[in-house]
Design a protein around this ligand. Structure first.
Ligand code: TXA
Ligand code: MG
Length: 353
């Protein structure tokens, strides 16, 4: 692919430089790409209604063309352009959670090209809450297709530096709004079936959704250790976030997990292999003989989701050969974190007790 200069423009979300946003919006309107922060992860934006613009996203990321994009809107009034039907449950969920980290799958309108939906007749829609994202979407024409701004297969970016690392030379502009808040991608809910189904767990949980619309199902493909079932979101079937080193998730009671990881680490060290451990702040002290990456606090579980992708990137830069990770089945974000760790580990789980 031809290389170009990638500009990084710093933007303060509390005092947005509209000059810069208008410039970025111009790039989108002309069919170009702009990376920008959202409250979940950085996105790689293009005008969702221009087939040629969406195609550029796939090329820049090296993304398989059957993996559809999420269309980001800034105003509820714009959803009629994107979807052909807005069921009552979708209205209720939009009222409850938008702007915010929830993506809804709905039937697409004729205006949305198949290049944006990976050939599907449904479309993923979300209204993010990040002020820079909202301003850019408005200036960019109102419908911005944006996957996470990583190269395909790498962890989603939580910093502008991560975007630069992956997409330098392939896109003209990155809006740098600093570190994102949540750190893992939005919850995806499919509203094209009678009972809504979660296709990807995130900050908005099944319980939170059930409180608004009643019965909710969770795609069995997303938490299965051996995913026999093909997940319904095309992107969930790819091995994502795979670190360079071999990653194992060790699950069980905390002391037993620590014993197991320490025993395995000694064995691997004896074979001349370098071991890294991903542990919570509360339990990192158990791993005195290994290099530990402290991911966050179980007591403040949002820190775990927030740091996960940054730590996977740091591990890639280190020289470790094998990674053992504790598991984090915390009440709110536990399911989302476990889903991402399972994918990163290629579903390699060691259970101890
Ligand atoms: O938090 C997020 O959602 C971020 C930020 C940038 O908004 N975006 C994001 O996009 O995570 P991406 O492309 O990395 O993940 C989108 C997921 C993929 O797994 C894709 O297969 C699924 O959404 N998806 C998109 N459209 C779909 C559709 N019509 N039916 C089923 N799954 C769909
Ligand atoms: Mg992604």
């Amino acid at each position: 692919m031809e290389t170009m200069r990638t500009e990084i423009a710093k933007i303060n979300e509390f005092d947005i430089d509209m000059e810069r946003i208008r410039y970025a919006g111009q790039i989108l309107r002309k069919g170009g790409l702009v990376a920008f922060p959202t409250e979940t992860v950085y996105g790689l934006g293009a005008d969702a209604l221009q087939a040629q613009a969406s195609k550029k996203i796939y090329a820049a990321k090296g993304r398989p063309s059957d993996n559809p994009l999420i269309v980001h809107i800034c105003c509820i009034g714009d959803i009629g352009k994107i979807v052909s039907d807005l069921p009552e449950k979708a209205k209720l969920l939009a009222d409850a959670f938008w702007p915010g980290p929830l993506t809804m799958i709905l039937p697409k309108s004729g205006m949305v090209p198949y290049e944006t939906t990976g050939g599907l007749d449904t479309v993923a829609v979300r209204m993010p809450s990040h002020p820079i994202a909202l301003a850019l979407i408005r200036e960019g024409g109102g419908a911005v297709a944006a996957p996470s701004a990583n190269t395909s297969g790498r962890p989603s970016p939580t910093l502008a530096e991560h975007v630069y690392e992956d997409l330098k030379g392939r896109i003209p502009l990155i809006l740098d709004g600093g570190e994102v808040g949540i750190g893992i991608e939005s919850t995806i809910i499919d509203l094209t079936e009678i009972v809504p189904m979660i296709l990807r767990p995130g900050f908005i949980t099944a319980e939170m959704i059930a409180d608004i619309v009643g019965e909710v199902r969770v795609d069995p493909g997303i938490l299965a250790e051996h995913p026999v079932q093909k997940p319904k979101a095309p992107g969930m079937k790819y091995r994502h976030y795979a670190p360079r080193a071999d990653l194992f998730l060790v699950e069980g009671e905390a002391a037993a997990v620590a014993d197991k990881i320490n025993q395995l680490a000694r064995e691997k060290n004896a074979q001349g292999k370098k071991v890294g451990v991903i542990a919570a702040q509360e339990t990192r002290k158990y791993y005195k003989e290994s290099r530990v990456w402290s991911i966050g606090e179980r007591e403040d579980e949002e820190t775990i989701a927030h740091n996960l992708y940054r730590i996977l990137r740091e591990l890639d830069k280190s020289d470790v050969d094998i990674i053992y990770s504790e598991s984090f089945s915390t009440p709110h974000m536990g399911q989302a974190v476990r889903n991402r760790l399972l994918k990163a580990a290629g579903y390699q789980v060691l259970k101890v007790n």
